[in-house]
Design a protein around this ligand. Sequence first.
Ligand code: NAP
Length: 242
Amino acid sequence: MKIVVIGGTGLIGSQVVTMLGEHGHEAVAASPSSGVNTLTGEGLANAFAGADVVVDVSNSPSFADDDVMEFFTVSTTNMLAAEKEAGVKHHVALSIVGAHLLPKSGYLRAKVAQEKLIEESGVPYSIIEATQFFEFAERIADSATVDGVVKLPHGYFQPIAAADVARVVARTAAGSPLNGRIEIAGPEAFPMDDFMRDKLARTVTTGPDAEYFGTPLEGRELAAGLDAELSSLSYDEWAARS
Ligand SMILES: NC(=O)c1ccc[n+]([C@@H]2O[C@H](COP(=O)([O-])OP(=O)(O)OC[C@H]3O[C@@H](n4cnc5c(N)ncnc54)[C@H](OP(=O)(O)O)[C@@H]3O)[C@@H](O)[C@H]2O)c1
């Protein structure tokens, strides 16, 4: 199959392209650096010509609330329109576990808006909701650091290796549309503040006003649901290899 990977130069996308290629698919990485811009629509018609599947693992360069909402809604609208024109038979997108439970986060609101556009588009689709990548943990800590101290909530998250996410994205892209969602998560859930202290050796405080990217996190909103597929690689095993 010809499978276009939007965001194919990114952390997840580059691994998805490699994995699909290893399984005999014609996997094409598409992003602004190869002349395909989903925000402006530039290059989409050419990229999608003859494609069976489009995988969207792009990300917004800016996490500011308005920027990220514009990125995911305009990009998704442009892609789905171009897919209909080109006769693409499957749209695969990567979203985030618990996004709909945390509407105070602008980033997560944008992911929910992205999912809704896909569900209502009429294009056969699969949505994969993943938890935070191990590779993203440092960025979470940095985003919540003031004067060398990380301030994060005590709510749980359940991180996963990006490679395990890429494997599920590639497998899904090569299969039939789910016309629904699946959840994937790592093997262990941790309180976010404890993780940053224990695994990243950061100085951490918490408190009722501590936020994760603009939202309180009180319980297990970002952790795997009961039906989630769990990967086996633990954070400690991953960190020892990295
Ligand atoms: N971080 C997490 O823990 C986490 C957890 C669950 C789900 N996700 C989701 O996973 C997805 C992929 O994340 P990632 O960390 O792999 O992303 P990433 O490494 O930041 O890569 C972003 C990709 O998006 C491309 N891109 C940026 N602007 C674009 C545009 N206007 N048109 C087309 N492509 C554009 C970039 O292309 P260039 O290289 O050309 O700039 C790059 O290939 C995101 O949708 C994110 O919401 C993330």
